[in-house]
Design a protein around this ligand. Structure first.
Ligand SMILES: [Cu+2]
Length: 432
């Protein structure tokens, strides 16, 4: 299974090529016409019988350096080779040596590469692709990426009803710099991210129970990925699990998910990674969004304010955003006195829990994982912990005018920005 090359890999490549692999061998310099410093350096292994990585994304015009370790075969002494016909590369890779192969990615498109030396029984498997994208599209470092923030985000993903009556949505994965906002100390958090339709969290998909739904997914991010519909009872073809229900969607490729929206409740959609090893990374980089399935008959009585909070984590930055923002930038829960307020909390983070605490009010925990809590089991609380992958719906009466915190009580998380606010209309702000 192929692995995409994240640009961060590039940083460790030079050191890794000579030290990390424990490789002792000679370095073979290919005589090349390419001059100057490479833009992209990629560490590669040629072995029996694969190239790793075998799925590479670069930009048009990039000067690419492949540092290829041609491993001693377990079964013999086969040499390998690398041939990229469209990019003018044709090199012999003597076994047991390091090779530097340089070229200019001057042709946009998907270019196959393969071993051009006969190397035994698995020779035909030794192939991969180099995808050359337009400048700025597959950016290898943050400088080239579009910066986007909450002002660019839409709340709800629009749909069209197709001729067959299906609600049809267009969802993409994008590579962006996401602006989580500036914290109270003036630190800015503009962080490399992958976001559905270029935003964090992904736009809300809101449908009715029983709707037939079609999601046309396009992967514009430089990773292999899938989309999973969390908590939906769908047919297995649409479950979005790489290597189980589908091949991961490669950069530039599409996949169509079709399902009937059931059961009703607060659910979400998120990446399932390219395999199980990178799902956590892809989730925390931003690939998650709310999926609200409205019931045929309204539950829980009349609701005046329906507010969603997607809880996430960027542990590398030590921030814990709500709705893709950190305090004091998080969307406020705006209420009027007398409102019945429903807050849907979705923990789309990879690893940590959030004991969410509301000041000045008690709330009822009315649904867990989207499903209603039986009336006799409904608890009145002011803290409710939401674990990774869980959704929790709470309802409270807005009966205490003020400006109230609704924050994570794991206080490292609130220090990292996980603080929302309930603001009553016409109430004078306490401090800001
Ligand atoms: Cu928390």
């Amino acid at each position: 299974m192929g692995h995409p090359v994240a640009f961060r890999l590039v940083l460790v490549m030079v050191a890794g090529a000579f030290a990390g692999l424990g490789f002792v061998g000679s370095l073979h310099f290919v005589d090349t016409d390419v001059e100057g410093e490479p833009d992209v350096e990629i560490e590669m292994v040629a072995d029996d019988w694969y190239f790793e990585p075998n799925d590479i994304v670069v930009e048009k015009g990039d000067h690419v350096l492949l540092e290829i370790e041609s491993r001693q075969s377990q079964t013999g002494q086969f040499d390998h080779g690398i041939h990229i016909p469209n990019l003018g590369v044709d090199e012999h890779l003597a076994a047991g040596e390091m090779h530097k192969v340089e070229f200019i990615a001057d042709e946009v498109g998907e270019h196959m590469f393969y071993c051009n030396a006969f190397c035994g029984a698995g020779h035909d498997d030794m192939q991969g692709t180099i995808r050359v994208v337009d400048e700025g599209e597959g950016a290898r470092d943050g400088k080239d990426l579009p910066v986007r923030g909450s002002e660019d985000a839409i709340e709800e993903l629009p749909y069209e009803v197709a001729d067959d009556g299906v609600k049809e949505f267009n969802l993409t994965a994008e590579h962006i710099m996401w602006d989580y906002g500036t914290d109270q100390e003036g630190n800015e958090y503009v962080v490399e991210s992958w976001g559905y339709n270029g935003q964090l969290p992904g736009p809300e998909i809101r449908v009715q129970e029983g709707d037939d739904v079609r999601i046309n997914f396009e992967n514009n991010a430089p990773i292999n990925t899938t989309v999973h519909w969390h908590g939906v009872d769908l047919d297995i073809e649409a479950d979005g699990v790489p290597g189980v229900t589908q091949e991961p969607v490669k950069p530039g490729e599409n996949y169509t998910y079709e399902f009937t929206a059931e059961p009703a409740g607060t659910r979400f959609y998120h990446t399932h990674g390219s395999d199980h090893t990178d799902e956590a990374e892809q989730m925390d980089m931003g690939l998650a969004g709310p999926l609200i399935i409205e019931p045929e008959e309204p539950r829980f009585g009349e609701i005046d304010v329906d507010h969603t909070m997607v809880l996430s984590e960027r542990t590398d930055e030590q921030i814990f955003p709500i709705q893709g923002q950190i305090y004091p930038n998080i969307p406020e829960i705006e209420v009027e006195e007398g409102d019945r307020v429903r807050v849907r909390m979705i923990n789309a983070g990879s690893s940590t829990f959030h004991p969410m605490h509301l000041h000045g009010h008690q709330f009822e925990v009315v649904a867990k994982d989207g499903n209603p809590v039986p009336e006799a089991a409904v608890q009145e609380r002011n803290v409710k912990t939401v674990h990774p992958g869980e959704t929790v719906d709470v309802i409270f009466e807005a009966d205490n005018p003020g400006h109230w915190m609704f924050h994570c009580h794991e206080l490292q998380h609130s220090a990292g920005g996980m603080v929302a606010e309930v603001i009553y209309e016409d109430h004078e702000r306490n401090m800001h």
